[in-house]
Design a protein around this ligand. Structure first.
Ligand code: S3P
Length: 172
């Protein structure tokens, strides 16, 4: 049964996941990487060529597969969008950790990797203020969904991945 990291784009799921996997001596499984391997293209390319629904279908498929593995599972920020995924997460009885961060922090991280998040930059690159607004709006929609599958909430602002990962490891 994996430890699952959920949270908004830029919340540090991959960075914390790497440290946590090392601490727990188990593999890190990145769901977006699995989806890219399955699709044979990058996520922005997948959104552009086949649309968000095709991405979400692959995401559900890969989530179902990953929940059977003994690993630290780093998910995409929209994993909680689909009711089916939320149900899969709850039924798995995995520890599901919601990494939380302020919209300004998330937006700054997103802006440092332009062009990688089609749900933010799909219509053209946004500036920082517009990114903060977009993050706020999406986060308001998603927060109840994150909440509904979470077993552990962790505040990440101003903290290093090592400290966050240690807190998660201690709670298991
Ligand atoms: C998404 C987040 C992305 C990726 C895709 C959709 C989302 O992952 O799965 O672009 O809907 O929030 P990260 O959270 O790793 O950026």
């Amino acid at each position: 049964m994996p430890v699952v990291l959920i949270g908004f784009m830029g919340s540090g799921k991959s960075r914390v996941g790497r440290v946590l996997a090392r601490l727990l001596s188990c593999p890190l499984l990145d769901l977006d990487t699995r989806i890219e391997e399955e699709a044979g293209c990058s996520i922005p390319e997948l959104f552009a060529s086949r649309g968000e629904e095709a991405f979400r279908a692959l995401e559900t498929c890969e989530l179902r597969r990953a929940l059977g593995e003994e690993a630290v599972l780093s998910t995409g920020g929209g994993i909680v969008n689909r009711a089916k995924n939320r149900e899969l997460l709850r039924q798995s009885k995995s520890t599901v950790v919601w990494l939380q961060a302020a919209p300004q922090v998330l937006a700054a991280r997103i802006r440092s990797e332009p062009g990688t998040r089609p749900l933010i930059d799909g219509e053209g690159l946004l500036d920082l203020d517009a990114t903060v607004e977009r993050v706020r709006a999406l986060l308001a929609q998603r927060a109840p969904f994150y909440q509904s599958c979470t077993t552990l909430q962790v505040q990440t602002d101003g903290r290093e991945p090592e400290e966050i990962a240690a807190q998660i490891a201690e709670s298991l």
